[in-house]
Design a protein around this ligand. Structure first.
Ligand code: ADP
Ligand code: MG
Length: 453
């Protein structure tokens, strides 16, 4: 069994990046192939989800290529003795770390492709899938497989530093990889405007328009910066409509829904979310760990698992900050000649001071939800089953869980319900509704703004 799995792994290793291979496959094993039911051993349940989402096809193909019949694949969590990962050399010499960072940095900065705005350092391969982004990634994959169809336009929104640019650039890069003739243009909306104004002023307005009409895919980043100049907005709207009618793929990112951007024309706002709106949320603890592990692999540095967990636990703002803290610790490790964990243990790093979200109490959060729905807090916490009150109560449960990370038991007592199963049900209900109910999404975004604002 061991040998077969080694062969399967060797094949998988050929297909994906070294970073992904060691992150996701390093501690896997083949437990059973009885009755063509394959059971693969993994470290923890987080890996089950990732492997299923990203690599199921790849694994089955590799198994079949090694003459193993596959009917279905299951994963089983096996606790691997901690010693195993510890026995690796923990941290390379500080000098080696700096060298690695340097090479990665030069590689990253020299990879921008000219003309189309894409930067090939952003790939789908190095985008870690987690509960915070899995729906958006599923849509992205569908677009890569058949652009200009189901998710057109693709509207992706979420706070700063959560991966919007990375994901849409990755879509562009994959599309080009599949078809090098595919004409893509990526631009932040602010550049779109300055280019438009330049074109008009130099009498080349028509050329500007023609350039866009030839595209197969237009990616507009940071749409929230759209300006309220009638003419430029109209130009964007025209280009949008032309491309849309020709079934060309349009991709737009923004930090919020179009309906929340005051300067946007209503028709344009509604059109942008015609095919739905996908959001990127704050990563959970295990998502953050996975991202840091992937980054460490990519940079070729070994960092103690406890150090990764410490950073993941303490950076609660966004992924950009997570990466920032990570690089700071690596550099500090170089300067002081201590490993990241040693630095943490001796108190030299204090991540939590810098980057925690402004703390909000659960009481404040519940009050804001009640107020938003024009209810008294005590009504929200009552036993009433009137539908608007029940809905507000469930939104409160959702927010306490997603934003404040409270346990279901704690949430139950905050919103006045008896037991935690009611809370679980309430959160699930909102999660399900959010997939289709855009008004509800808007409401929750607005409530969050009120809570943090
Ligand atoms: P946004 O455009 O939403 O502000 P970015 O796409 O610029 O955010 O992401 C910020 C940083 O975090 C980038 O360096 C990006 O590569 C990284 N990042 C975001 N999401 C992920 C992810 N899921 N996996 C790996 N890296 C990520
Ligand atoms: Mg961005």
């Amino acid at each position: 069994m061991y040998d077969v799995w080694q062969n399967v792994l060797a094949e998988i290793e050929q297909q994906i990046s070294a970073a992904n291979f060691s992150t996701w496959f390093q501690d896997t094993s083949l437990i059973s192939t009885d009755n063509n039911r394959i059971i693969i051993g993994v470290k923890n349940s987080f890996y089950v989800k990732q492997l299923r989402a990203r690599y199921l096809d790849l694994i089955s193909t590799a198994l079949r290529n090694n003459n193993i019949k596959v009917e279905n694949i299951d994963f089983e969590v096996q606790s691997i003795p901690k010693l195993k990962s510890r026995s690796r050399e923990i941290v390379k010499s500080p000098k080696q770390i700096t060298e690695r960072i340097k090479t990665i940095k030069t590689r990253a900065s020299s990879t921008e492709n000219h003309n189309n705005g894409l930067n090939n350092k952003y790939t789908l391969d190095n985008f870690v899938i987690g509960s915070n982004n899995e729906l958006a990634v599923a849509a992205a994959k569908s677009i890569i497989a058949s652009p200009g169809t189901r998710y057109n336009p693709f509207f992706l929104y979420g706070g700063p530093g959560l991966g919007k640019t990375h994901l849409v650039q990755a879509i562009g890069n994959e599309l080009i990889k599949n078809n090098p003739d595919y004409k893509i243009f990526y631009t932040p909306i602010s550049h779109f405007y300055s280019d438009f104004i330049d074109a008009i002023q130099s009498g080349k307005g028509k050329d500007f328009n023609r350039k866009f009409q030839k595209l197969d895919c237009l990616i507009i980043d940071d749409f929230q910066f759209i300006v309220n100049k009638e003419k430029s907005q109209e130009e964007f709207f025209n280009i949008f409509n032309d491309l849309y009618q020709l079934n060309k793929q349009i991709i737009v990112t923004s930090d919020r829904l179009p309906s929340q951007i005051k300067t946007v024309d209503e028709r344009l706002a509604s059109r942008l979310t015609w095919a739905g709106a996908f959001d990127l949320q704050l990563p959970k603890f295990e998502d953050k760990c996975a991202i840091l592990r992937a980054k460490a692999e990519l940079m070729g540095v070994d960092i103690e698992p406890e150090a990764i967990e410490y950073i993941a636990e303490n950076v609660n703002t966004n992924i950009r900050d997570l990466e920032g803290e990570f690089s700071t610790i690596l550099l500090m490790s170089e300067v002081r000649g201590l490993t990241p964990l040693e630095l943490i243990k001796n108190g030299s790093v204090n991540v939590s001071r810098a980057s925690k979200l402004r703390p909000v109490s659960s009481k404040q959060a519940v009050e804001k939800v009640a107020k938003y729905y024009n209810l008294a807090t005590k009504d929200l916490q009552s036993k009433s089953r009137v539908s608007n009150i029940k809905n507000a109560r469930q939104v409160a449960m959702y927010i306490l869980s997603k934003e404040l990370n409270l346990s279901t038991n704690k949430i139950a007592s905050e919103v006045g319900v008896k037991d935690h199963t009611t809370v679980m049900h309430g959160i699930k209900k909102i999660e399900k509704d959010l997939k289709l109910n855009f008004a509800l999404r808007d409401q929750i975004e607005e409530i969050k703004e009120k809570i943090y604002g």
